[in-house]
Every structure is written in structure tokens, then in C-alpha cells.
Design a protein around this ligand. Structure first.
Ligand code: LMR
Length: 398
């Protein structure tokens, strides 16, 4: 007879899972009937009219694909290899020809993160992952899901809009060889507070001195200062370290969010060891999703391969970047307490508001932001900016 502790567990015995905070926010905002609601929750770029249009070059590439694609036969676990090759110089810059670095297409940046941590867990199950907080809410669950230990340290001083750099360095310097430093490549999510180039160099020194593996999540390349400038940290770590993992997302800079386009990049000390590591990456992909979705990679491949479409993509990307930076300046000018927003990069910033204040903004003003105070600076249309800043200033005054 089964005892209480050994009885068969059934699906009906599952405990409820708490809602994902960002996905729940989409549902809550969608359900709000107020026509003037402001959705600064999840990270999607919106233009001055408040829309998230498909890029014109993406529409054109999709049409070309429709007209010319003759088969949808399987491509394999690496996905579209030409896409990864075309992306290579954009991400790696001067390291593009390094045979010790290999990349492959993944389902979004999230797929790349999961693959990278699965790879670490196979190589070194006792590795600890140093994670600055606050971070993207899905980082810790992904790391936990592969069984690695997360070591949190404080990254950001709310209200000051500043990185707690001494705390960061002290934490990294407590790492042991083989531990992992998870770093945001640019446009820090959720705070917008990036490392300066000087700080990146200090982080590099700490990582090298302690023998850590830098694992860089770069989801917003091109949204901060420019494609090359935003890859500074990735390239610095590639210069200094034998072992590096990069999880990259194209969901944002190709504005193809739901299509899921990303890539994983692995560097080891030799081309042979990298080939072996990538063998594990492909085996892991095969076990999880078998092959990444072709459509977004096939379209990005068309865009990056055609000089005219590529040039137009760069212009559209610059347009998104300019809007992000101009809304930042407008918000920063609205009140001295918001000035820090103008010194940060990317789609996100974090307001020094309590959970109660954030919930009051929802109830009283139909403004939807994460309970942490993270908001998407380009979540609102131009016409909504004044109402947003007035409500935030009122909340800060309360
Ligand atoms: C965000 O942080 O809002 C985006 O990266 C979307 C997501 O998957 O959480």
C-alpha cells in the first residue's frame, strides 16, 4: 500500500504556479477598458503613435520569402546557418574571424540563455552564477531550472539611478574559478543603468583574476548608442577570456518579438573544444525544441544579405534608438527627480516608487508598469508623455 509520502503523484496534485509578473501585466492592461490607458509594462518598442509596427524591411523580406521559398524541409538544430554567419560581424566585430567562437540560431534570447546555462551545468554542475539584482525576472528561474546556484548581489541604487559598482566588483571578486558572471551587454533590463567602458574594464579584470566565465545577455544591441558601441562589453570579454558565452536576441532590433529570433555564441580556448561544446549545444537544442523556428531567421538572412535592405534596416534601427533617447530626454527634463533617466540607455528605467504607489498609478491613472517600478520608456505614445510624467511626479510627491 502506498504511504502518504510515497503515493503516486498525479497531475491534479500540482501546486499552482505564480503568474509571470511581466506576462500578467499584459493581461491586466489588455483587460482595462479605459481608452487612455498607458502600457509601459512589457518591453516592446512603440513609435510616436503608440504602435509596434513591423519594420518595413521585415515586411519586404517576408514578401520575398513568400515569393521565393520552395521548401520548408528541416534545416537541423543549428537553424539557418547563414543567419548566424551574417550576424557574426555585427555582434563580434573584430573577433568575427576567430575560429574559437561559434554561433547558432535559437528561439529568441531566452532560448539562448537556457541553452547556455544547460551547457554550463553539463560542464560544471557546481558552478555558481553571480547575478546582479534587480535583473530581468526570468534570469533566476532559467538558471535555477538547470540546477545551478544563483549568487545575487546588489547592482543598482534606486533613486540615484546608479550602478552599485563597488558591490558588483566585491561580489565578482568572491567568485571561484569556473563560476559564472551573468552580465547585461547593454541597455540593462530592468534599470537602464549600463556599465561605463571604464567599469567594463574593471569587471573584465575581476573576471580574469578570479577565473570566472562571463555569460553576456545582449538583447538590445543597437537600442543604446549604436550597434558597435552596444557590443563593447561582449567584445572586451572576448578579448580577455578563453571561455565566454553570449546569449543574443534579435527580437527587439528586428522588431519580430513573437517570431522569436536569437542566437547563442560560445568561445573556448581552441577551435576543437568549441566544436565539441557546440555538439552539446545542438544535442541540448534537439532535446528541448529540436530546431529553432525558421521564419524570422530566414527574413533576417534576406535583410542582412542584401546591401540595400541591410542599409534600410540600419536606418529603421537608428529611428527606434533615436526615439528611445529622445523620450528619455523629455522624461528627464520633466522633474529633477527624473533626471537620471536621461543618463541611461535602452528601453527600461526604474522609478523609485513603492509597490503601493505603482498600484495606485494603475488604479487612478490606468498606467501599467511592473511592481518594481520598471517601466518601458517607449511604451507610451508622444501624446501620452505629459499625462505619464504628471502622474509619476504626483506619485513621487505623495
Ligand atoms: C521584457 O523584459 O519586458 C521583455 O524582455 C519581454 C520578456 O520576455 O520578459
Amino acid at each position: 500500500m502506498l504511504t502518504e509520502t510515497t503515493r503516486a503523484r498525479r497531475l491534479a496534485d500540482l501546486e499552482p504556479v505564480p503568474d509571470d509578473s511581466l506576462l500578467k501585466l499584459i493581461t491586466l492592461c489588455n483587460a482595462d477598458p479605459r481608452p487612455d490607458k498607458i502600457d509601459v509594462g512589457v518591453g516592446v518598442f512603440r513609435d510616436a503613435s503608440g504602435n509596434t509596427p513591423i519594420l518595413k524591411v521585415m515586411k519586404e523580406a517576408e514578401q520575398r520569402l513568400l515569393d521565393t521559398q520552395v521548401t520548408k524541409a528541416y534545416l537541423g538544430s543549428a537553424g539557418d546557418k547563414c543567419f548566424a554567419e551574417l550576424l557574426r560581424p555585427i555582434l563580434l566585430g573584430e573577433h568575427a574571424d576567430d575560429p574559437r567562437i561559434a554561433g547558432a540560431q535559437t528561439p529568441g534570447g531566452c532560448g539562448a540563455l537556457r541553452l547556455g546555462f544547460e551547457l554550463i551545468a553539463i560542464a560544471n554542475p557546481s558552478a555558481r552564477v553571480f547575478l546582479g539584482t534587480p535583473s530581468w525576472p526570468n534570469h533566476a528561474p532559467i538558471i535555477g531550472a538547470v540546477g545551478l546556484e544563483v549568487v545575487e548581489y546588489p547592482y543598482y541604487e534606486r533613486g540615484q539611478g546608479a550602478v552599485r559598482f563597488e558591490d558588483m566588483i566585491a561580489a565578482l571578486r568572491s567568485g571561484e574559478p569556473g563560476d559564472v558572471a551573468l552580465l547585461h551587454g547593454c541597455c540593462h533590463n530592468p534599470t537602464g543603468a549600463d556599465l561605463s567602458e571604464e567599469q567594463w574594464r574593471d569587471v573584465r579584470d575581476a573576471v580574469v583574476d578570479r577565473g570566472l566565465i562571463p555569460f553576456i545577455d545582449i538583447a538590445y544591441q543597437g537600442f543604446g548608442r549604436g550597434l558597435d558601441e552596444d557590443a563593447f562589453g561582449v567584445r572586451l570579454m572576448l578579448s580577455a577570456c578563453d571561455e565566454v558565452i553570449v546569449a543574443q536576441s534579435c527580437d527587439k532590433n528586428f522588431s519580430c518579438y513573437r517570431d522569436r529570433l536569437g542566437s547563442i555564441w560560445v568561445k573556448t580556448g581552441s577551435a576543437e573544444a568549441t566544436t565539441t561544446a557546440m555538439g552539446h549545444v545542438f544535442q541540448l537544442s534537439r532535446e528541448m525544441w529540436s530546431m529553432p523556428p525558421d521564419h524570422p531567421a530566414a527574413c533576417a538572412h534576406i535583410i542582412l544579405e542584401d546591401p540595400e535592405l541591410r542599409a534600410r534596416w540600419l536606418v529603421e534601427l537608428e529611428g527606434m534608438r533615436n526615439r528611445i533617447n529622445s523620450v528619455r530626454q523629455t522624461l528627464a527634463a520633466a522633474d529633477p527627480r527624473l533626471a537620471f533617466i536621461g543618463r541611461q540607455f535602452g528601453m527600461f528605467s526604474m522609478l523609485p516608487l513603492s509597490v503601493d504607489q505603482v498600484l495606485k498609478l494603475r488604479t487612478d491613472h490606468a498606467i501599467y508598469m511592473a511592481e518594481s517600478g520598471r517601466f518601458n520608456v517607449v511604451g507610451m505614445s508622444d501624446a501620452q508623455i505629459d499625462r505619464f510624467t504628471a502622474a509619476v511626479v504626483e506619485a513621487l510627491d505623495a
